[in-house]
Design a protein around this ligand. Structure first.
Ligand code: SAH
Length: 245
């Protein structure tokens, strides 16, 4: 099955961009995913092809018009009725690897890229649009965010990544950061590779990696660690309850 990526944008020339090379580029040539861009401006209703207007209530910048956006979304939905429509916005739900996995398992995704001050808010409820943020930063447009979202989905498509196992141990897949990696040379500028990784003892290596993963998550991402610990405590008490019942 081909994963259908549709991108609604004022800058279609930004696509496939980085998704045209390496893993994603090859996967597209192999038909594992397809890309269609939709120029939002084509759906403007006046002769000047206006897509934006001044913010209601005043203030700086311009806002993308809801009628223009709706027409572009309706056009995309006509050819991809089963794909969720996701608008990139810093006001959205933070993107997670779990959501990426769900999307990658589905028929595809239609991504709406904002510009200027963003979208007229009525588009979200009016067209069942999901709001997604790629982090607590502000970009000048949704296109780089769309590229990120698509990249994350594409690498999970069947047959895209070399070793199927390399996905499952990665950061966030089990709620933790991945352990650190090393490769040759064994010594570089006086710095060595942790001894255990050269021991050949696979059980010990596994334990070391698990411990590092926990230590690093705890110190670098206390937010992830807390959630991980919370989930662990919950499932442990769930298990106890089950036994009692
Ligand atoms: N005025 C808005 C920012 C607009 S930035 C605000 O303060 O919330 C212009 C466009 O860039 C947005 O419409 C969105 O599509 C995109 N964008 C910027 N930052 C983003 C982020 N963190 N995640 C996803 N999209 C983002």
């Amino acid at each position: 099955m081909t994963f259908a990526a549709t991108v609604l944008t004022l800058y279609p020339e930004m696509f496939p961009g980085p998704l045209g090379v390496s893993l994603a580029g090859r996967a597209r040539e192999e038909g594992k995913w397809s890309l269609e861009t939709v120029q939002i401006r084509h759906f403007a209703i006046d002769k000047h092809k206006t897509v934006d207007d001044t913010p209601a209530g005043g203030g700086a910048g311009m806002v993308l018009r809801v009628d223009v956006l709706a027409a572009a979304i309706d056009h995309a939905r006509a050819s991809q009725p089963d794909c969720p429509v996701i608008a990139m916005t810093p006001r959205g739900k933070p993107l997670t690897q779990a959501r990426v996995r769900e999307l990658a398992a589905g028929p595809g995704v239609t991504v709406l890229c904002g510009r200027f001050e963003g979208f007229d808010e009525r588009i979200f409820a009016g067209r069942q649009v999901e709001d997604v943020s790629i982090g607590d930063i502000v970009l000048s447009g949704g296109e780089p965010a769309a590229l990120m979202l698509l990249d994350a989905c594409i690498r999970l498509l069947p047959g895209v990544m070399g070793a199927p196992s390399s996905g499952s141990e990665e950061s966030f897949e089990n709620g933790l950061l991945e352990y650190p990696h090393y490769t040759r040379p064994a010594e570089w500028e006086g710095r060595t590779i942790p001894e255990v990784l050269r021991s050949g003892d696979h059980a010990k290596i596994k334990d070391w990696r698990k411990l590092q993963s926990e230590i690093d998550t705890r110190s670098r991402r206390p937010d992830l660690w807390e959630r991980h610990e919370g989930a662990r405590v919950l499932s442990a008490s769930g298990a106890r309850r089950e036994k009692k019942d």
